[in-house]
Design a protein around this ligand. Sequence first.
Ligand SMILES: [Fe+2]
Length: 200
Amino acid sequence: MTRTQQYTAKEFNLSGLKGISDKTLEMHFKLYEGYVKATNTLNKLIANILKDGKVDQEEVPAYSELTRRLGFEYNGMILHELYFENMTSQASTGFKGQDSLEKAIIESFGSFDNWKTDFSSIGKMRGVGWAICYQNPHNGRLSNHWVSLHEFGNVAGFRPLLVMDVWEHAYLLDFQPSQRGEYIESFLLNVNWDVVAKRQ
Ligand SMILES: [Fe+2]
């Protein structure tokens, strides 16, 4: 993908999730579309500046500031896609046929419950951001991480397997700000473990 090609907002069919209302999703999809548009706009503006091979002329940091913004918008777009894709209204509770994923969780955390405590606790940390379960592609081990905003804390080269939005817009229509833990419990009931397992 070059900087001049356009991204388009993807369609997600998530109606009927447990605890996360369709109204929340509708609002959330609109926010996601904003990241798609902003990513496209930044790519276009930066490509335009690059056309004559000259950047930040006369100390005006247009190129630098647009590029600085790119990580926020790109990660905002991609993380929302991963988040929406790893939920389903047809979720089953627990693992069914995702043996390799279950094995990776147990090898990395000792038990699913330990993994869940870690992942949920990271999600409850104060601030806006994401809780993400990554896999190290070199040894298959899983680790959970806090990502501030969208771009700070992602581990380069690691594969994001499970992505959970904990910005307040992800749950404020359904839960109080102090009920983030309940939103996280709901999120975990909606996880599409097939999708998560395939990301390995
Ligand atoms: Fe979000």
